[in-house]
Design a binder for this molecule. Structure first.
Ligand code: 3PY
Ligand code: MG
Length: 264
């Protein structure tokens, strides 16, 4: 069968300024709303969010049929979950707390087919979404689906070059909050401290050197712009619940402002 279409693929290059967000509420209504926004993709969060192995499948398909990629953040250390998410059509895997080249190599065995890894065959939803024949999907999915390792500890920073040299790692995704927790030994969540931003700049520079994608989380638009200026090509802006509560708060504040004090 010839290639017909490929739905929901993540398309990044070194000059991309890709804006994504974390989706933590596992409801298709949320995906339906977000696919119509300016966001380029979505990260369904199975680490800190409420998505699970049974709720990601329909959400991936809903995003993909709107031609927006769904990436999956897997739970810490659950590498088998990565294979399952790819089988359900995930465009990319984001794996938290990768601290060494050995961690990265183990992850890659689950996300790439031979000769790079040992992913087991069974792309139940991924195959129809890809529009490819089985053989073509087998041959092309290592390049069509991406593997991001989260750099979010002092240990990961010290092993960064070796991690970036692991074949099958397509890029990194920095978790600045956990990075701050680690660099301050559990004292601070200061994602914009000099210490964290210096580390973040080092990661962006190393990714450039190794020709790998560089992604990061940003709590707000100002942080996102700063990270793009530091050379990141992929920024996750906030998450679904934050967007909702910020919009509600700013709507209420605006009503009070426009009422000249008559609404309190
Ligand atoms: C972090 O900042 O630690 C993250 O994991 C962002 O999602
Ligand atoms: Mg984190």
């Amino acid at each position: 069968m010839a290639e017909t279409h490929s739905r929901g693929l993540l398309s990044l290059n070194s000059g991309s300024q890709h804006l994504t967000t974390f989706v933590q509420i596992p409801d298709l209504n949320v995906i339906e709303i977000l696919v119509r926004t300016a966001l380029d993709s979505f990260i369904l969060d199975c680490q800190h969010g409420m998505f699970s192995g049974s709720t990601i499948g329909p959400a991936i398909a809903a995003a993909a049929y709107s031609d927006k990629p769904a990436l999956i953040r897997i739970p810490v250390g659950d590498f088998a979950f990565a294979s399952r998410a790819l089988d359900l059509g995930a465009a990319a895997i984001i794996c938290p707390m990768i601290n060494s080249a050995a961690d990265a190599r183990q992850l890659v065995t689950f996300v790439k087919y031979p000769p790079v890894g040992l992913r087991s065959w069974g792309p139940r939803r991924a195959l129809p979404l890809s529009g490819l024949s089985g053989d073509l999907y087998l041959q092309r999915s290592n390049e069509l689906t991406q593997c991001f390792v989260m750099i979010e500890t002092a240990e990961a920073l010290s092993n960064l070059d070796e991690i970036l040299r692991v074949e099958g790692v397509d890029g990194v995704f920095v978790g600045p909050t956990d990075l701050s927790v680690s660099l301050t030994n559990g004292r601070s969540l200061a994602v914009t401290s000099d210490m964290v931003l210096t580390a973040v700049e080092t990661v962006a520079a190393s990714c450039r050197q190794h020709g790998k994608h560089a992604g990061i989380f940003a709590l707000d638009a100002q942080q996102a712009v700063g990270h793009f200026q530091r050379g990141f090509n992929f920024v996750a802006l906030a998450q679904d619940a934050m967007f909702m509560s910020q919009a509600a708060d700013s709507g209420c504040a605006r009503v009070r402002e426009l009422s000249n004090g008559s609404v309190r």
